[in-house]
Design a protein around this ligand. Structure first.
Ligand code: ADP
Ligand code: MG
Length: 246
């Protein structure tokens, strides 16, 4: 479903991704772990075209994007990539002047030209799924952080993505609100969604991931099944990371 090959990315003289290759199967839940600054967000951003790599390629489903592409070709591919991927960020990024429902119907209507009636129908189902059906007419500022993040997930799902990318979705939340967001993610995982999740929630990683990918300094240092990774990380860097997280 996802094929990252030999991806490299620098910001000025800072080399952030160094020849990263990674394949992810349909329905797989990959949790990306690693210390701050290791390139996790940059890798996710390359997956949905928010960031342009200097070298290498990304293929998602049938969409292929290469560093060497010409601008026009690339623009088309990025557009297709965006429609295949839903992304949820640490900051919820809801539109503050729109109600919950309007936040969710916005992209399907403007990007996909979906008729309003149909978009509302889908949005109501998704809000029900994330447990917020009764909040449809509220404004984001009236919701808790956990509720806002669940709206952000519903909003991403409204575009019917094949892959969901999560970049530290619970890092801005109080501990008591983290659980309700992780629960929604767990449910998505059980329904077979392909997911790439950057998180520091080790329990979630252990229980939900099919595979842990550990990055440091722009390199995938090691990867493996969570039961193996957590019981016996192969690299000293990963051992140190896990000690710090404990
Ligand atoms: P992580 O998500 O693992 O914490 P990031 O991918 O956000 O790491 O960042 C990796 C490195 O790249 C960091 O040193 C960060 O400061 C740098 N970086 C990220 N985005 C930019 C940018 N747009 N411009 C310059 N440096 C950046
Ligand atoms: Mg990050």
């Amino acid at each position: 479903m996802i094929e990252v090959s030999h991806l490299s990315k620098s910001f000025g003289s800072l080399s952030v991704l160094k020849d990263v290759s990674l394949n992810i199967r349909q329905g797989e839940i990959v949790v990306l772990l690693g210390p701050s600054g290791s390139g996790k967000s940059t890798l996710l951003r390359c997956l949905n075209g928010l960031e342009q790599a200097d070298a290498g390629s990304v293929r998602i489903d049938s969409v292929h994007i290469e560093a060497a592409m010409r601008a026009k070709e690339r623009k088309k591919a990025v557009h297709e990539l965006r429609s295949l991927t839903g992304m949820v960020f640490q900051s919820f990024n809801l539109f503050p002047h729109l109600t919950v429902l309007d936040n969710v119907i916005m992209a399907p209507m403007t990007v996909k030209n979906m008729p309003k009636e149909q978009a509302v129908d889908i949005a109501e189902k998704l809000l029900g799924k994330v447990g917020l059906a009764e909040k449809r007419d509220e404004y984001p500022s009236r919701l808790s952080g956990g509720q806002q993040q669940r709206v952000a997930i519903a909003r991403a799902l409204a575009m019917e993505p094949k892959i969901m990318l999560f970049d530290e979705p619970t890092s801005a939340l109080d501990p008591e609100l983290t659980g309700e967001v992780l629960q929604v993610m767990r449910q998505l995982a059980e329904e077979g969604m392909t997911m790439v999740v950057v998180t520091h929630e080790m329990k979630f990683a252990q229980e939900v991931a099919n595979r842990i990918v550990f990055m440091s300094e722009g390199i995938i240092q090691e990867e493996g099944a969570p039961e193996h990774f957590f019981a016996g990380p192969k690299t000293e860097r990963a051992r140190k990371f896990l000690r710090q997280m404990a």
